[in-house]
Design a protein around this ligand. Sequence first.
Ligand code: BTN
Length: 329
Amino acid sequence: MDLKKLLERLSDGCWHSLSELVWELGTDIGSLSDLLRELQSYGLELTADAEGSVSLSSRLSLLADEEILAGLTPVLRSSLVHIELAPVVDSTNTRAMEWLRVGNSGRALFLAEWQHSGRGRRGRSWVSPIAQNLIMSLAWPVDEAGRMLQGISLVVALSLVEGLRSMKLHGTDLLRVKWPNDVWLGEAKLAGILLELYKSQSARDHVVIGIGLNVQLPSGALADFDQAAIDLCSQGNPQIDRNQLVIAVLNSLELNLEKLRVEGFGCFREQWLELDAFRNRQVKVVGHGQPIVGVVSGISDSGALILQTLEGEQVIGGGEIAPSVRPLS
Ligand code: BTN
């Protein structure tokens, strides 16, 4: 019996008797119990009653690839050569890289409800409860990928903000960006982005764009994070349709990546500066070598961070503003 079917049955938030589930899913009680335990280990809150019925503490809106495809712009829909939606994967970025490694190429989308080994930037892990947040990766062919990577990184963050705002959700006026590509809501992290470069001998280079976005975090989850985290539901958005969220983000991403390809990063600079959570604030930048402390004065036309330090102005191409940093002034 597969996990996807069980998730689908439980997603209505109603009570389901174990015997009914055993029958509907064509399994035995032992395998069903194992799967229920597996779902709980992924962060799903299940309640059982004395009569042997189980229910989820709240309804789930599960991802549906056909609904997502139907909502994409015709240009994006027709250009996607592959779409994969798994209930559980190790990491959607890893999955996208594997797909490329076996010789595939073109635009492809990888979605999952849960990751065993979600990866963050700089070796961190990315933890996300099952079927409540957004976990997705895009494989995207790019010319001169090495040169374009920095611009892509920032443009993905801007596209997330734009996509979220188009959904007219509460709290989206508080969205900000943190160099190079975190999305913050107020003073906490809402979404993280992991870019990986795939260089091919025979086909075009690809960038794998991994996006993790907090839609609904369980109440106890915040302690698991190494920095302040926030979700969209806590902003007065109790019912968010995650499929519509994927659609809004992807449509905005496609338009912006195309604009970046044609016009370069310069045309996004002003938008970044308006949304920059740390502009004119003192920060620590970590990445290569010694951390650098300075005041953020802007970004360059290629998306590098401009920092005023005691040694003078520095233009920083790689690294990130320290994850745990709060504005120092
Ligand atoms: C970060 O802020 O450190 C980046 C987090 C990126 C997480 C996403 S979730 C989907 C994709 N798959 C992964 O393993 N990581 C990215």
